[in-house]
Design a protein around this ligand. Structure first.
Ligand code: TYD
Ligand code: MG
Length: 458
């Protein structure tokens, strides 16, 4: 192998520098240079010249002639995890599981590994953050006293790869990818260069040997930098933990999955004995008010394939000269847009008010069908009047003040009715053909219609 040397590549423009600089000399972007290795021959202009002569051409196949094989999946035994994985661990598949520190990544993965080991797979858990004894302690706490999962406390990539080569496990976990380092790079473990390099080696190993790989990644305070985000494009499946570390519930969401559906979520409760599946999660994001309170509207949202009810809270309060708009669990730009639509199309003005909105329970809601519930919560807080008891809403709102349909409206209404909700404001296009027992449905076409309807109800 040719001797490797270190250089720095700009992540924006691909410009190359021999030493690290704060600013890229080619595109003037700041902090974009990351360490990488090259053969000491260097990336010269003629690097690829005459290369065609060096190796025989590869075989090409016509798409229709290739036999399509269904991927082999092994369930982990954690049904909510299997749901987000699309059925289980896939041979040679690479899964990235990200989340805040302390949210339960190591716990869930250890439980899943034990399940796989029990179903006859050879598993290896590589820990870079904790000692083997700490992992053993956790397994006792989880009630996995007889666990046959093999544990390796190691952070050097070359040694890990050599161990994998020797043991030939069916599944390898790297907890966490930020602790691994390769001897080939001089930068510190956890840096973008190390994280990328190590993950790409592990991915290549997975593809060439058929070993499934699970990479655990912390979402760092700085957000994107050196966090799991830089790896998303390399792996087959990306799962993120959501939810508040202070609450019991944890959500695991698939945001990319080459072997299954995206946006599917798994719901767990953190207990004394690890994470337990919550199989009927539709009502966990509702807070218990004895009486209806102003500024609260229940939204029926669709998470993956399941309808869920989430309480949206709004607080509108007189603000200073530059009023604040803050959102937790909802998109802030979308909030600004909804306030503009409320003003322009329904005459509800919040210009001189601070507006805070929150999705209860730390759940993140990205679907536009939340719009109507957010608006009605804001209006309710502004008026200081609660929405009626047993009230739900969903529907997307457009800039022209129209209320657009949400996917699978019937299912949402049925789930809400099942949980005892009795009044719904929904888009006209979602109006049910047959009445839903126990539920009064108001179908609206425009925002002002929804606003005046709610005024007449309260
Ligand atoms: P952990 O899996 O270590 O989080 P991560 O790997 O994402 O950093 O666990 C996080 C928290 O969960 C920790 O504060 C302790 C708590 N916990 C329980 O409540 N019950 C349990 O059975 C276990 C193992 C952990
Ligand atoms: Mg951990």
């Amino acid at each position: 192998m040719a001797k490797e040397k270190t250089q720095y590549t700009c992540t924006d423009c691909g410009g190359i520098s021999a030493k690290w600089l704060g600013k890229c000399q080619s595109c003037n972007a700041w902090n974009t240079l990351i360490e990488s290795t090259v053969d000491s021959a260097g990336p010269t202009k003629n690097r690829y010249a005459g290369m065609a002569a060096l190796a025989p051409a590869s075989e090409v196949a016509v798409l229709s002639d290739i036999e399509a094989q269904d991927v082999a999946r092994t369930p982990t035994g954690q049904e909510e995890l299997d749901r987000v994985l699309g059925g289980g661990m896939v041979e040679g598949g690479v899964v990235l599981i990200g989340g805040d520190p302390g949210i339960g990544k190591s716990t869930l993965i250890l439980q899943a590994m034990d399940g796989l080991q029990r179903s006859g797979m050879n598993t290896l858990y590589v820990t870079g953050e904790e000692s083997a004894a700490q992992v053993a302690l956790r397994s006792r706490r989880l009630g996995l006293d007889q666990s046959q999962v093999q544990v390796l406390a190691e952070t050097q990539l070359e040694k890990i790869l050599a161990t994998v080569d020797k043991l030939q496990p069916a599944v390898v976990v790297m907890d966490s990818i930020q602790t691994v380092y390769s001897d080939q790079l001089t930068s510190a473990p956890g840096s973008v260069a190390q994280v990328r390099e190590c993950a790409s080696h592990l991915t290549r190993m997975a593809k060439s040997t058929g070993t499934a790989v699970v990479l655990v990644g912390h979402v760092t305070k700085e957000g994107a930098l050196a966090g799991p985000r830089v790896l998303e494009h390399m792996v087959d499946t990306v799962l993120y933990f959501e939810g508040d570390t202070h609450s019991t519930y944890r959500l695991v969401r698939a945001i990319k999955n080459r072997f299954g559906a995206v946006n599917e979520i798994g719901v767990f409760a953190m207990t004394e004995k690890g994470l337990k599946a919550v199989t009927n999660p539709s009502a966990i994001f509702l807070s218990q008010h004895a009486e209806p309170v102003p500024g609260s509207c229940v939204l029926v949202t669709l998470e993956g394939t399941r309808p869920m009810l989430v309480e949206i809270q709004a607080l509108v309060d007189s603000g200073g000269p530059s009023p604040r708009r803050l959102s937790v669990g909802l998109d802030r730009d979308r909030l600004a847009m909804l306030l503009a639509v409320l003003h322009r199309h329904a005459g509800v003005a919040c210009m001189d008010q601070d507006v805070f909105v929150n999705a209860v329970g730390g759940v993140r809601i990205s679907e536009p069908a939340a719009d109507l519930a957010v608006m009605l919560a804001i209006q309710s807080s502004l008026r200081g009047k609660p929405l009626p008891q047993g009230f739900i809403a969903f529907g997307e709102v457009g800039l022209a003040g129209e209320v657009r349909p949400a996917p699978r409206g019937q299912e949402r209404l049925k789930e809400a009715a099942k949980l005892g909700f009795t009044v719904a404001v929904i888009p006209k296009a979602n109006a049910p053909k047959k009445p839903i027992p126990g539920m009064t449905v108001h179908a609206v076409e425009r925002v002002d219609e929804a606003i005046s309807l709610v005024r007449s109800l309260t």
